[in-house]
Design a protein around this ligand. Structure first.
Ligand SMILES: [Zn+2]
Length: 673
């Protein structure tokens, strides 16, 4: 943060205008269930996110964000035409979702890290968008006849969400005005041509900027626009009740809007945003039901659901698209904010610490389109098993399969960091997710710093310090993960108090000087039953997978824009991968965990901060040279077979590491006797 930025930010905090400016009295319990249209207002969320820049990552999280800024996110606009030469920035390349997608992650990354060169470039791009907005409110990439023509509203919904973030980071009034002008044009446009295709399936993305502007202007037409977007958009509650979304899309199956995995990840937050409009009781429960439905029919060990690129069932061989990972994370951040339900925070950590880092290369220069929970190798494979994706989908590359993830992956870590802490309605602070960080907020005008020093999720202990500028009474709300049986908290020199797993634990007192709070979340190993009788191993928020030796081979080097360091790579195992675990029921033989130093690159096989060992046997019938299914991992038949068979192979000790540290892996193992 520059001195000017810092002065401005601290002034905002001191004036209490940062996050505390929402109507604090409007909680769920204090409002009638049905609000008439005449009395339209916006219900405050349970917890309010802090403005961008108020949370600073430290420890391993700071290193991870720096890798991202030094990797693809900090450089994509310098060489990849769909961003570098975007029509949004005055160029000739793509003028739809890609530049806004990149900004959606680059803005929070640049302002969280206070990265001056990135901030300067982003400011130049945003200035171009704002300065080239037409008098009628439409942004420049849209055709001159946009007013009269039918077109999909999706990229406008996205662009306004992005520009609202920029305003949050900078307070630039021109940008807020541009968003308002665009939303007015949208309100008129929707009367002429109602939402269809992407806009219809992603209508709730538009509520994010609508709510943002409403909270700052209180202009009632914005809520009319929100109602209009909802009325024209897909009703996901009805969709999940009527459409057979439980059925996995078959191999080479039909691409369907209704089963599109990215739409699904985004839509998980629709009911939370909708609930803020009029508190329909159904909206309060639907997201939980939707996630349970997805777990039942498409759930993966990482907390994600499959989709390659439509919902694809529970097999660990199916793919999960990177876009759906980052979108589901943002949905969970929104759900936790609006409803304050700790289960959404638990799920957020599970996805953030497992699915996200695993599908990015450790140096964050390349990524996969589809990750597999069991991914013995990543190669160009025309005989792949995806439902509708292409043969390059699980390469680590610049734009494997399609460039959406290339432009959209950036929001994952920065938005996670920006949502670690949230403000409570009674001037306190709540933890949404645990990671090393420091946050500054105002409690009734008193500036407060909270800091979390920890190597969680690689460790069980966390040290939280609370430092108000002067003595103040406010709550500190701790999310106690549902898995943390025996969790305790100790304030200062006081006694250790038990905390109930799966609840919010409230510490309220007069805070003065610096108070240290010691938190312990015991991480007991858990063995879960998975697809076809397989087992997966978890401990705390981390899933564990077989550590494999890796051979990286550069491919596609003649394709444009694949100059190193942003090349394409196949990854093959250099050590055996075809293991089952020796197990009796849910007891895994020889399972022990040990701490390791956390590497400079936090999510690298050799930098894994935790490891486990277990007793395993080889399954010689699993081979990588026997066709499309066996190439990637065992066929379903072999899988079930192995689970029943007493093998004569000798016992071996295998090493397991956190899933997020692997690039190739086996995670769901058959049980052997
Ligand atoms: Zn994608």
């Amino acid at each position: 943060m520059s001195d000017v930025d810092r002065r401005e930010f601290l002034a905002r905090v001191a004036a209490g205008v940062a996050a505390g400016s929402l109507p604090l009295a409007a909680t769920a319990e204090q409002r009638p269930a049905n609000v008439s249209s005449a009395a339209r207002t916006l219900t405050a969320p349970a917890f309010t996110p802090l403005p961008l820049g108020a949370i600073r990552p430290t420890g391993w999280l700071a290193r991870q964000l720096r890798l991202q800024a030094d990797g693809l996110t900090g450089h994509l606009d310098e060489f990849w035409p769909d961003v570098a030469d975007s029509q949004w920035f005055g160029g000739k390349a793509e003028g739809w979702e890609r530049a806004p997608y990149w900004l959606d992650g680059a803005i929070p990354l640049a302002w969280i890290l206070d990265d001056a060169p990135m901030k300067a470039r982003i400011t130049k791009y945003v200035n171009h968008i704002v300065e080239h907005q037409r008098a009628d409110g439409w942004y420049a990439p849209y055709p001159e006849d946009a007013v009269a023509k039918r077109y999909d509203m999706w990229a406008i919904l996205l662009a306004n969400k992005v520009l609202a973030q920029y305003h949050d980071a900078t307070g630039d009034a021109r940008v807020l005005e541009a968003v308002k002008k665009s939303l007015r044009a949208m309100a008129l446009g929707l009367d002429r041509t109602p939402l269809y295709n992407w806009g219809k399936f992603r209508w709730y993305e538009g509520l994010v900027p609508v709510f943002y502007v409403y909270e700052r202007t209180k202009e009632p037409w914005l809520l009319d626009l929100a109602h209009k977007l909802r009325a024209q958009g897909v009703d996901f509650d009805a969709l999940f009740a009527t459409e057979d979304l439980a059925v996995p899309t078959p191999r080479r199956g039909l691409w369907k809007w209704t089963k599109h995995v990215v739409n699904t990840g985004m839509a998980a937050k629709a009911s939370a945003l909708s609930w803020r409009l009029d508190q329909r009781p159904r909206d309060r429960v639907w997201s939980t039901e939707m996630i349970a439905f997805l777990d039942r029919h498409h759930g993966q060990a990482t907390g994600m659901f499959s989709g390659d690129e439509c919902l694809a069932g529970k097999s660990p061989l199916q793919g999960t698209e990177l876009c759906s990972v980052v979108e589901f994370m943002y949905s969970l951040e929104t759900l936790y904010s609006v409803f304050g339900n700790p289960a959404f925070g638990d799920r957020l950590e599970r996805v953030a610490f497992n699915a996200l880092p695993a599908t990015l290369a450790p140096d964050v220069w390349s990524h996969q389109y589809d990750q597999q929970v069991n991914q013995a190798q990543c190669t160009i494979n025309p005989d792949h098993r995806w439902s509708t994706n292409g043969p390059e989908s699980n390469l680590f590359g610049l734009e494997p399969n399609f460039g959406c993830c290339t432009s959209n992956l950036h929001q994952g870590w920065p938005k996670f960091a920006a949502h670690l802490w949230m403000q409570t309605p009674d001037a306190g602070i709540a933890v949404a997710a645990y990671a090393p960080s420091r946050a500054t907020f105002a409690s009734r005008g008193v500036p407060v710093t909270v800091a979390l020093d920890t190597d969680y999720p690689f460790r069980e202990t966390l040290t939280l310090t609370v430092s108000p500028a002067r003595a103040a009474r406010f709550p500190v709300v701790l999310r106690v993960p549902a898995w943390a049986k025996g969790a305790t908290v100790r304030v200062g020199a006081g006694p250790a108090q038990p905390m109930q797993p799966g609840t919010l634990h409230r510490l309220e007192q007069l805070w003065a000087g610096t108070t240290t709070i010691a938190i312990h979340f015991p991480m007991a190993p858990v063995v879960t039953e998975r697809y076809n009788g397989g087992v997966a191993i978890e401990r705390g928020p981390l899933v564990y997978a077989l550590k494999l030796g890796e051979m990286w081979t550069r491919v596609n080097d003649a394709k444009p824009h694949r100059e190193l360091p942003h090349g394409d790579f196949e990854v093959r195992p250099s050590t055996p991968w075809n293991y089952g675990l020796v197990a009796a029921g849910r007891t895994i033989a020889g399972l022990t965990f040990s701490e390791r130093p956390i590497g400079a690159v936090p999510f690298l096989p050799d930098g894994a901060g935790m490891m486990a060992t277990a007793t395993a046997k080889r399954i010689p019938s699993w081979r990588l040279d026997a066709g499309w299914a066996a190439e990637i991992a065992p066929t379903d038949a072999a899988w079930a077979d192995a689970g029943r068979t007493v093998t004569t192979e000798p016992d071996e000790t295998v090493t397991l590491i956190p899933y997020g540290c692997t690039n190739i892996r086996i995670t769901e193992f058959p049980r052997l006797v």
